[in-house]
Design a protein around this ligand. Structure first.
Ligand code: HEC
Ligand code: HEC
Length: 258
């Protein structure tokens, strides 16, 4: 009995320590620390710059600072190339410590900016499966001609947004909202109520996609009411940080035209 009452506050304390710890870690989980980026700069200068050049663009078809590779896409791919070498030994295999290895990847992901933010980028194939399945992204977003119009079409998102902005959209959507994409609700003089997403607006008209995926245009003087919602359309994702990295990896491959 006595033991039991003694234990309770201890367990409660433990739970709160664990919770505080994991929430403090949350941000860095999704991205590399600035220490890693700094360590990566040292590794890069000593071991990589000789061939790839200080700006990362000396090897044909590859620009490390701009994230342009021939085959690699995820952080795991980069790890394989660096630890295993490439092009039949023209790039040698490096035996780096785990810190050096993730440091140099962090430096590449930060775009060679020692003060840059280096977002972790996971596996595009897994990311695609998450996008269509567990992540429920495909329930709102359209890609390559399939899916609803309720949210912005993401067919070209990989060439429009940086990894950091994609990540912010998933972790803190309320801060990443583009005002033009706001949900709207209007009532016409004919007493039709239309809800949807705003695409465009000028002084006299508003264009939107309604809930049946139809493009609609309204003259404002024909409207009895017109409301723009400032509520975020979605909450922060429930995906783990590894899964978020995979989804970002997938979004970055979406570079097609709509
Ligand atoms: C001796 C020259 C040399 C050095 C040193 C070197 N590389 Fe390379 N690296 C190459 C060559 C050549 C290629 C192109 C391989 C190919 O043709 O696919 C390459 C390719 C790459 C790629 C692109 C892989 C892809 O899929 O396109 C990455 C990433 C890379 N190197 C990173 C590094 C890093 C990080 C270092 C330092 C730890 C490094 N390299 C050091 C020569 C080098
Ligand atoms: C409930 C519907 C819904 C779900 C589910 C959803 N989104 Fe969104 N998303 C939106 C809306 C609506 C916007 C437009 C911005 C706003 O209104 O908040 C948006 C914006 C975005 C943007 C920014 C587009 C731009 O032009 O910058 C990205 C990227 C994105 N979502 C990715 C995702 C991914 C990845 C998932 C799955 C993990 C997801 N969304 C799940 C509704 C949704």
């Amino acid at each position: 009995m006595k033991l039991n009452t003694l234990f309770k506050p201890i367990t409660a304390l433990l739970v709160s320590i664990v919770a505080a710890h994991s929430s403090a870690q949350d941000d860095t989980d999704h991205q590399y620390t600035s220490e890693a980026v700094a360590a990566g700069l040292r590794v890069y200068t000593q071991q990589c710059a000789l061939c790839h050049g200080p700006e990362g663009g000396l090897v044909d078809g590859i620009n490390l600072s701009r994230g342009e590779f021939r085959n690699a896409s995820s952080d795991a791919d980069l790890r394989d190339v660096i630890a295993g070498g490439a092009a039949a030994g023209r790039m040698p295999a490096f035996s780096l410590s785990i810190e050096e290895l993730s440091g140099v990847i962090a430096y590449i992901r930060a775009g060679f900016d020692p003060e840059g933010v280096a977002i972790k980028i996971g596996d595009p194939e897994r990311g695609r499966a998450l996008f269509e399945g567990k992540g429920e992204c495909a329930e709102c977003h359209r890609v390559n001609g399939s899916g609803p119009y309720t949210a912005p079409d993401l067919t070209s998102i990989g060439s429009l947004r940086t990894p950091a902005s994609l990540q912010r959209n998933l972790l803190d959507p309320a801060s990443a909202i583009l005002p033009i994409n706001r949900p709207v609700r209007l009532v016409t003089r004919n007493e039709e109520t239309v809800a949807g997403r705003r695409l465009n607006e000028d002084t006299y008209t508003v264009q939107m996609v309604d809930s049946q995926n139809r493009l609609r245009s309204f003259v404002k003087t024909d409207l009895v009411s017109y409301e723009i919602s400032m509520e975020p359309s979605k909450g922060p994702t429930n995906l783990s940080s590894e899964e978020v990295a995979d989804v970002i990896g997938y979004l970055l491959t979406l570079r097609g035209k709509k």
